[in-house]
Design a protein around this ligand. Structure first.
Ligand code: PXP
Length: 247
């Protein structure tokens, strides 16, 4: 096995608990410190248009504090692009966003928004930000990513996470095939969404994957064992999956 797999810890739901009561706690920056101490390779935050969890100020404070890397998830809007160019996260992951959704439900419609995505990717890249596109695992989406010019993709693992049995095996096969296709085309390949302690190992074994972005399951586990142990356990589950592929 070549590279170790990076874990980007998504802390949105620490902010969800805080915003439920508009209290100053739980302290998001403390969650950043603990996650990094526990072995997070990066911190991910999704600044949504409706500010339901992460607030604009959180992103600025995180930029100051984060010692690993900051990955800002955002929609391809003018407002978000302006904030990103100001904050200068290490990475921006462009995601589709709908106000009524509970979480990011699908990958970007690259064909429909191609012109806009080219524009946003160019603006972010000009400020030295590495751009990633959150996409459905398909060869067609990889081809469009290459046309748009983003250097990184994040493959949506939601369909894999929601499936079981043979359907899940087929989703895993699809992710494996598309990850190899993307890496062969020179893209950095990440993945995420819906991953938890029980389903992460087969994904971690997909060799071209460089990073997994995981949030909800880690924050949920942290309620019982604390954030530090929850992050460590996820790293262990990922490492075990990576070793289990036999190479
Ligand atoms: N990657 C992207 C692009 C996402 O939008 C999300 C959810 O915010 C995640 C990863 C993390 O998903 P989860 O919270 O289900 O682990």
């Amino acid at each position: 096995m070549t590279e170790t797999l990076r874990l980007g810890v998504n802390l949105d739901h620490v902010a969800t608990i805080r915003q439920a009561r508009h209290t100053p706690y739980p302290e998001l920056m403390e969650a950043v410190r603990i996650s990094e101490r526990a072995g997070a390779d990066g911190i991910t935050m999704h600044l949504r248009e409706d500010r339901r969890h992460i607030q604009t100020q959180d992103v600025y404070r995180a930029r100051e504090l984060i010692a690993t890397s900051l990955n800002l998830e955002m929609a391809a809007t003018d407002e978000m692009t302006a904030i990103a160019c100001n904050v200068r996260p290490d990475y921006c992951c462009i995601v589709p966003e709908r106000r009524e959704e509970l979480t990011t439900e699908g990958g970007l419609d690259l064909g429909r928004h191609k012109r806009r995505l080219i524009d946003v990717c160019q603006q972010l890249a000009a400020d030295g930000i590495m751009v990633s596109l959150f996409i459905e695992p398909s060869e067609a989406a990889i081809d469009l990513t290459l046309e748009i010019g983003a250097p990184i993709i994040e493959l949506h693992t939601g369909a894999y996470a929601d499936a079981s049995g043979g359907a899940q095996a087929r989703e895993l096969e699809r992710l494996t095939r598309v990850a190899a296709y993307a890496a062969g085309a020179g893209l950095q390949v990440n993945a995420g969404h819906g991953l938890h302690y029980e389903n992460v190992a087969p994904i971690a074994a997909i060799e071209p994957l460089m990073e997994l972005n995981i949030g909800h399951s880690i924050v949920a586990r942290a309620l019982f064992v604390g954030l530090e142990r929850a992050v460590r356990e996820m790293k262990e589950a990922m490492n075990a999956g990576r070793r289990a592929d036999g190479s």
